[in-house]
Each structure stands twice: as C-alpha cells, then as structure tokens.
Ligand binder design. Structure first.
Ligand code: ATR
Length: 276
C-alpha cells in the first residue's frame, strides 16, 4: 500500500465551499510532490464508517470540518494535548493502524499572528476576545500558551463564555456582551471569533476609541478579508490581521504529516486562495 500515491482530503457536511483542496493542491505543486487531496461530503451518520474506510484504504489522513470536529476526537485512538484541551480535532493521521487526532487551529492562529504582527505584538498585555464558540476555544488555548497575563472574554450568550472561562482557569474572565468595549483599554490584542462581519451578516460594532495605539485587531472572519471591524480598527490606526492567514497556517501540520514537507505560507498562496 505504501507505494501508492499519498492520498489525503477533507470530510465535512456540507463540503462544497471548502478551500482546503486549493490550499493543499497549491503546496503539492509548489513542492513537486506526488499526492492528492480531495473534498468529500460525509453526512454525520456516515462519518465514522467514512473515516475508517479511508484508513483501511491506505489513505494518509484527512482534515475534518463542521460538523465532525468533536466526533473525530472521540473516534481517535491517540490525540494531542492541544486537541484534547480544545475539545475538537481538525487533522487526522492514519498511522500504524491507529487514528491520530490533532487540532491545528491554535497553531494556525499563533503562527499567523507571529508571521504578520510578530515584534509588534506585546504579549505582556491582556487580550480581548469576542465570541465563545469553537474558534474561540482554539484562540484562548493559543493565547494562554503564549503566556498572556489576562484574557477578557465577551460573548452574546454569557453562559457560554463563563463555561469556557471556567475550563481555562483564572487568567480568563468574562465581560457582558453589552460591555465588551470596557475590555478595549489596555488590551494589546482584540480578536473577533464571532461570525459577525461575515458577508451578509451584521457587523461587529465595537467602540475602539479607547484602544491602546499599539493594539492589534485580529478578525478570524475572512469573507470579506477586510471586515467592518478591521476597517474601523485601521481607521483609528491599529495594526490589523485578517482571517485568511490562520486558515492557511492551520493546514501546515497536516500537510507535513501526510506528505512529508512542512509547507510555507507566502503571498503567492494568499493570491491563489483569494482568486474567485
Ligand atoms: P465557531 O465554531 O466558528 O466559533 P460557533 O460555535 O457557532 O462557531 O460560534 C459562533 C460565535 O459567534 C458565538 O460566540 C456566537 O455567540 P453565541 O454563543 O451567543 O451564539 C457568535 N455570534 C453569532 N451571531 C452573533 C450575533 N448576531 N451577535 C453576537 N454574537 C454572535
């Protein structure tokens, strides 16, 4: 089986919108590697048999996306600490007859912000995080791991934020959604992990007038690339980080595990990903 072309892909439901085949296809070509990466629709009731079927057919592994990230972790024989802490898996490796699960969203977030904002980012300052869904969990894990002293968390449904804060410990504390702007002064980083600002969705409306001039505004929404939140941040002079980079960087560990090369993110890749 090992002499077959390495195969990987992504399982989701629905899956037609996925940009991952374009991402991995770009890297396969760039590094001149033999391999394939395909998107596969997998309804929830078939997910387990689809995953085990690919493992049995000699596939190297897969990405998994909505709604399978929790199920993928539950099915895994082995999981990384970060996947367990985040409570979801997005990257699966089939090796030695076992299903290995990882979560690379926090890695993608950290690598991207280091790449874009690196020395500009003051990690001794608190961060303000908007949203308490799956993406927020990965961002919180990444920021605690980066050593930030304090995370201020605001979510429309306060109970969700409280549950997350309870899991992650005392460096995370909760603000009311209506009082989110109170978390702006003194924050070195402000991250939107909600779906506000996505195409056809209302904008995230956060008063940035009191922001520290050195603060970074980061949106994980990438359709559009310049969200109303990032536009407002740029208008008050803040450095901005768009959501595309996190998506690109989160793909790197999976590509390395399946195809043997740790790929890089560059401007050519961003252009390819942004093309219609
Ligand atoms: P993901 O896994 O991508 O983070 P999610 O778990 O559905 O997706 O979380 C979406 C986030 O966007 C949540 O924080 C959600 O707030 P609730 O927990 O209150 O649902 C937030 N969100 C979505 N629509 C929103 C809106 N109109 N106003 C404020 N927050 C919103």
């Amino acid at each position: 089986m090992n002499d077959q072309i390495p195969r990987a892909g992504i399982l989701g439901w629905p899956i037609s919108h996925s940009k991952s085949p374009r991402l991995h296809g770009f890297w396969l070509k760039k590094y001149g590697l033999l391999g394939s990466y395909e998107a596969m629709a997998s309804p929830p009731e078939d997910f387990e048999s689809d995953l085990r079927g690919l493992a049995a057919s000699g596939w190297r592994g897969v990405n998994v996306t909505i709604p399978h990230k929790e199920a993928a972790l539950a099915l895994a024989d082995r999981a990384t600490d970060r996947a367990r802490a985040i409570g979801a898996a997005n990257t699966i490796l089939f090796r030695d007859g076992l299903i290995h699960a990882d979560n690379t969203d926090a890695f993608g977030f950290s690598e991207n912000i280091e790449y874009i904002a690196g020395p500009h980012w003051n990690k001794t300052k608190p961060a303000l995080i908007l949203g308490a869904g799956g993406a927020s969990r990965a961002v919180i894990w990444a920021l605690l791991n980066a050593g930030l002293p304090e995370l201020r968390l605001a979510n429309r449904t306060r109970a969700r934020a409280e549950a997350l804060a309870g899991e992650f410990g005392e460096r995370v504390w909760v603000l009311d959604w209506s009082a989110a702007a109170a978390g702006v002064p003194g924050a070195g980083l402000i991250v939107n992990t909600t779906s506000l600002g996505m195409k056809d969705r209302p904008a995230l409306d956060l008063d940035l007038a009191a922001a520290d001039p050195t603060a970074i505004a980061h949106d994980i929404v990438y359709t559009p690339l310049e969200t109303p939140f990032l536009k407002a941040a740029a208008q008050v002079g803040l450095k901005t980080v768009d959501g595309l980079g996190m998506l690109l960087h989160q793909g790197r560990p999976g590509f390395e595990a399946w195809f043997g090369v740790m790929p890089e993110v560059d401007e050519d890749l961003r252009k390819v990903m942004l093309a219609p």
